[in-house]
Design a protein around this ligand. Sequence first.
Ligand SMILES: *Cc1c(COP(=O)(O)O)cnc(C)c1O
Length: 392
Amino acid sequence: MTQDWNDRTTLVHAGARRSQYGEVAEAIYLTQGFVYPTCEAAEQRFVELGEDEFIYARYGNPTVAAFEDRIAALEGAEAAFATASGMAAVNGALFSMLKAGDHIVSSRALFGSCLYIVEVLLPRFGVEVTFVDGTDIDQWREAVRDDTKLVFFETMSNPVLEVIDVAAVSEIAHAKGAMVVADNVFATPILMRAFDLGVDVVIYSATKHIDGQGRCLGGVVLGSEDYIRGTLEPYLKHTGGALSPFNAWVMLNGLTTLDLRVRAQAATAARLADTLADHPAVTRVIYPGRPDHPQHAVAARQMQTGGTMLAFELADKATAFRVLNALKVAIISNNLGDARSIATHPATTTHQRLDAETRTELGITDGTVRFSVGLEDAADLEADLLAALDHA
Ligand SMILES: *Cc1c(COP(=O)(O)O)cnc(C)c1O
């Protein structure tokens, strides 16, 4: 269904389905099911779904399909399946493909819930997991075996923004016949084209940049027609991780402005990263767009800009708390990709569950601050951060 449109056109128009009323804004089909004109029609639909035919909202819904089509068109994916949350997408992508006895390789630097699935749940069902330092290509090369089913990583990790060399890892995996499954939430579909770099299955939490205004949970898995229809859909259809039509409508409209928002947020992030780096209270700034980021070269190769997220180090927990508590524009919360700038102290919130040793391994200290750059005026954010840093 992919048209020959550039991104911004795709994001405004792709996937729209107009009813007989010719509404301008996409309709919300807030319905669990669908009426069949006859028993024969119902029978036929259960045998084989035609284009734009639906049975039950757990399987599919017109508003959800519009969202799936729009993001698939943006990514250049053959197909997409939308889910109730980002974690339903991660869970669906991994569990639909794996069975007891399989081996996978995963980057260690993962979002807490992703880590729980890979480290706790998959082994409970007999899947063998080898963890690697995702930034070390030699570790991937050593860990991927002839019988490895898939590799999994976040293209840019949460919260310390380690950047995976996606093309290099994909090449290693494909040489052994393993699938490449990537969570591309931090990089966004605007700044990184994961499929072009070799990824087979791309996952998003739509809760983040795609909604972009902190309203709804949602997620999506993108891949080949074969994988989505043959492997993922049967799993998700029968286990219930479907996206609600209302949330799909919110996400569909989020996509309309995604390109503009992400580029504006990334431009501000680059400016704030430089401001923070010049401040004496900040011992380290982590921003993939800066030359002092350890994977800057990789980021420059595979991403259009350094992204909308940054992290920085303050002396300790007390300092981090004082600075964050003094912010007047940015809010303290744990979402990201939002129009509002959001400051997070990972060690005491999103990554609290991990023991101190694991946190250290992941590069999270008591002074680490994660900062999701919003849509506010860059000068106001800069002034806010500088004023807050006076409390360091
Ligand atoms: C937030 C997040 C998820 C989970 O998404 P939800 O919509 O909260 O379920 C998965 N991966 C990454 C990298 C995230 O930031």
